[in-house]
Design a protein around this ligand. Structure first.
Ligand code: 4NP
Length: 154
């Protein structure tokens, strides 16, 4: 099973989701069965580590994102992943335009699929510290839903 999280820059929201899911999968004993990655629809930050504010907020909750490097999503990813999860409606729209007709990956809005109280993870890039905490709150909750779904798979 392969999961790809996608946001705009791949330096704030999707790297956070990658780190949180990996952590929760380890705790659930599913780390061997599920591969996790993240990517951005844009290419501005390719090769860079996650934003320093994102890394600091994640580390305060025990998630080390320092080894991650930004990459851009491609049409080929629809053949590489089983599940591609978008952080907001704009990301989802961009992914739908990229999606090949024969791609195997299932594509969905991350929070909507796991019944979070809102359906988008807001972009924290131009906001304050609180935005990064809010991103973590939403992602932790939705990742629990995702891990529960994965536990039920054969
Ligand atoms: P992300 O946040 O999509 O959560 O990684 C952003 C990071 C950078 C930019 C926009 C959003 N940017 O415009 O550079």
């Amino acid at each position: 099973m392969r999961v790809l999280f996608v946001c705009l820059g791949n330096i704030c929201r999707s790297p956070t989701a990658e780190g949180v899911l990996r952590h929760q999968l380890r705790a659930a004993g599913l780390a061997e069965q599920v591969q996790v990655a993240s990517a951005g629809t844009g290419d501005w930050h390719v090769g860079k580590p996650p934003d320093s504010r994102t890394r600091a907020a994640a580390l305060r909750r025990g998630y080390d994102l320092s080894a991650q490097r930004a990459q851009q999503v491609s049409a080929a990813d629809f053949g590489r992943y089983d599940l591609i999860l978008a952080m907001d409606h704009s990301n989802l729209g961009n992914l739908k335009r990229l999606q090949p007709a024969n791609g195997r990956a299932e594509l969905d809005l991350f929070l909507r699929r796991y019944h979070a109280p809102v359906d988008e993870v807001p972009d924290p890039y131009y906001g304050g510290e609180q935005g990064f905490e809010h991103v973590l709150d939403l992602i932790e909750q939705a990742c629990e839903g995702l891990v529960n779904e994965l536990k039920g798979r054969p």
